[in-house]
Design a protein around this ligand. Structure first.
Ligand SMILES: *Cc1c(COP(=O)(O)O)cnc(C)c1O
Length: 342
């Protein structure tokens, strides 16, 4: 059996999603004429209490567009040091937007107004102008840690007071929302821009949506064109996104639960040095080096059909998702049980 826990981007469209894609009524989306794309954008904007949405090929693109429209060259962006926008977008914000970045150290990637305040530059000609705060919910490198609405509200109050824009990289925001049971429509009150991925645990093959005011999304559409992200009959992909939003949100709770089950068993193994408490669908742990390094354990797991990834400093990451069945979890637990004897 192969259990691929490397990423929740590995999900493949289910049969009904493919059927919805085949049935899509399409048009040229660069002309704004694809009904399915328009429906997806409106639907997501409504869901998050935002005026408008923009369908893009990737979450990297939605983040990069958001940073571009919320800043001017020479501005500074504040984010946690574990942020995807900083670590995993190839230095894009410096290249695309000409901004510098102030890295903060939140608790498992979760920032507080106190921590953020320390990163805001005073008005001084020597210093870059702090312009944008970027939050990540859930935080991937934080081990799937998440913000609650009261935490977001506090940060938004600070941002408004300081005249800063607030962006959310919500690649896995629904993994957080199924835990907090909060209403996504509340998010619209606090953020200037929100990026939501359809291609992670929601199970669509491609796509992310950028949300904001009508004016913001008009500007974003221009930037998407310039970044080469204007797609034509994208309705086939949008139809997959609509299907995902209609059918795959509530079930994320099961992915989170599966990660918790693995965590519980992992904690019983004395060859595991550390397990970061699971909050959503990401499990980060570290084997004891004198037993196996992370690299050695990955090979050992791979020989047993379990695929995972190393995230540095001796840590391994498991991500549960739509394509991980109960039988696969049972098998994974059996393999982990054998750790103690290994
Ligand atoms: C996956 C991910 C993205 C977007 O990634 P793409 O592969 O470009 O769609 C952005 N932020 C976070 C936190 C992610 O995990």
């Amino acid at each position: 059996m192969i259990v691929d826990l490397r990423s929740d981007t590995l999900t493949r469209p289910v049969a009904d999603m493919l059927e919805a894609m085949f049935q899509a009524k399409v048009g040229d989306d660069v002309f704004g004429e694809d009904p399915e794309v328009n429906r997806l954008q409106t639907m997501t904007a409504n869901m998050f209490g935002m005026e408008a949405g923009l369908f893009c090929p990737s979450g990297t693109m939605t983040n990069q567009i958001a940073i571009k429209i919320n800043t001017q060259p020479m501005d500074e962006v504040i984010c946690d040091k574990r942020s995807h926008v900083y670590l995993y977008e190839g230095g894009g914000m410096m290249f695309n937007s000409g901004v510098s970045v102030r890295l903060l150290d939140g608790h498992r990637g979760i920032l507080s107004p106190e921590i953020i305040s320390e990163g805001i530059n005073p008005d001084d000609i020597h210093l870059p102008r702090t312009r944008l705060i970027s939050l990540e919910n859930t935080c991937n490198r934080g081990g799937g840690s998440f913000y609650t609405l009261p935490q977001i509200k506090e940060i938004s109050i600070l941002a408004k007071k300081e005249g800063l824009k607030l962006h959310l990289d919500g690649a896995r925001v629904f993994n957080a929302l199924v835990e907090t049971r909060e209403n996504p429509a509340e998010y619209g009150k606090y953020f200037d821009t929100i990026s939501v991925c359809l291609s992670k645990g929601l199970g669509a093959p491609v796509g992310s949506i950028l949300l904001g005011s009508a004016e913001t999304i008009k500007a974003a559409t221009k930037i998407r064109k310039v970044f080469g992200g204007g797609m034509r009959q994208a309705g086939y992909l949008a139809a997959a996104g609509i299907y995902a939003l209609d059918n795959h949100i509530d079930r994320l709770k099961q992915d989170n639960l599966k990660a918790k089950i693995i965590e519980t068993v992992m904690r019983q193994s004395y060859v595991i040095e550390e397990v970061i408490p699971v909050e959503t669908n990401i499990l980060i742990f570290k084997p004891q080096k004198k037993w196996k390094t992370d690299k050695e354990l990955l090979i050992w797991l791979n020989e047993r059909g379990i695929k995972a990834s190393s995230i540095g400093n001796g840590y391994i990451r498991f991500v549960t998702h739509l394509d991980i069945t109960e039988a696969m979890i049972d098998y994974t637990l059996t393999v982990i049980h054998s750790f103690a004897k290994a």
